[in-house]
Design a protein around this ligand. Structure first.
Ligand code: FE2
Length: 297
């Protein structure tokens, strides 16, 4: 009996020891777990939270950038739309002043040309870089030219009235003070350095050209006019001028008077009228040019 009792007690003691050990192990495991939880919490604080803050900042930055880009795109769209509308309006306003096709512009051979200011004799210098179709602004100049802003448009047509593509339309005229960009120009000392004086436009499939320039002014001996040269591959260039309809100087202008045929004279004398919808008082003029009407000299 004693033997059995001892054995029983031994088993109990052993079980208690095992349980105690398990308990101790559990306490240690618990402590390790608590430490790990602590570490993770610290890691969350030191690494994850800043990361989240960064991501949040980045996403709001991205949102701001996207909003800015959208705003810029919208502005670009608006500006482009306005530009297209402006050109459309200009062309349709100018349409009101169409020179009848049957009349057309005559080819101005020598009688219609100032011999001294041919385009080929132009001074080079800054103008060489600025030969676009906007004569009001030279390159990126901040100050526009002096004068009444005029949109001059028209079509280059063949003798059957078909539009001519790839015709190079060149114009040149004096500035608002009557000075050309030319070494021998009159009024040299008054020359407006902000006027481009010369412009070029290559026609597309409609044969249409467009210049923004000033309403021509008189200079000693001449009624206001714009010089034109039309150049086409393999063809002799056409040189002519256009005049302002109703200008009193025309009747005294030797070159204008020398155009004896009234129909021909009318074809180069065009209205300069207020441009429809312009808030800044711009003018519009239309000058269609018909090639091949005047036999080549
Ligand atoms: Fe001239």
């Amino acid at each position: 009996m004693t033997g059995t009792g001892e054995l029983f007690l031994g088993i109990i003691a052993f079980a208690v020891m095992i349980m105690a050990l398990i308990q101790v192990g559990a306490i240690f495991a618990g402590l390790r777990l608590a430490r790990r939880v602590d570490q993770i919490a610290t890691q969350i604080d030191t690494e994850i939270k800043p990361l989240i803050a960064n991501l949040t900042a980045m996403s709001s930055e991205a949102a701001r950038a996207a909003a800015l880009a959208a705003k810029q795109a919208e502005r670009l769209d608006r500006v482009f739309g306005e530009m297209v509308q402006r050109v459309d309006e200009t062309l349709s306003a100018a349409q009101e002043f169409v020179t009848p096709l049957s009349v057309g512009a005559i080819a101005g051979e020598k009688p219609f040309t100032d011999l001294f200011d041919q385009a080929s004799e132009f001074d080079v210098g800054h103008i060489r870089l600025a030969r676009d179709n906007d004569l009001i602004v030279v390159n990126d100049g901040a100050t526009p030219a002096l004068g009444e802003i005029t949109w001059v448009t028209g079509r280059v047509l063949d003798s059957r009235g078909q539009p001519i593509r790839n015709a190079l339309v060149e114009i040149w005229q004096c500035d608002n003070n009557g000075a050309y960009i030319h070494s021998r120009t009159g009024n040299r000392e008054k020359r407006d350095g902000n006027f481009q004086g010369f412009g070029r436009f290559l026609t597309g499939s409609t044969g249409e050209y467009l210049f923004r320039t000033i309403k021509p002014v008189p200079y000693p001996g001449r009624s206001p006019h714009i010089h034109y040269a039309i150049k086409m591959k393999g063809k002799k260039e056409l040189i002519t001028q256009c005049y302002i309809e109703g200008h009193p100087g025309n009747e005294k202008d030797g070159i204008w008077k020398n155009i004896k045929d009234e129909k021909a004279r009318k074809s180069v004398t065009i209205p300069f009228a207020p441009m429809k919808g312009s808030k800044i008082g711009e003018l519009a003029a239309r000058f269609d040019i018909v090639m091949g009407l005047t036999p080549e000299a």
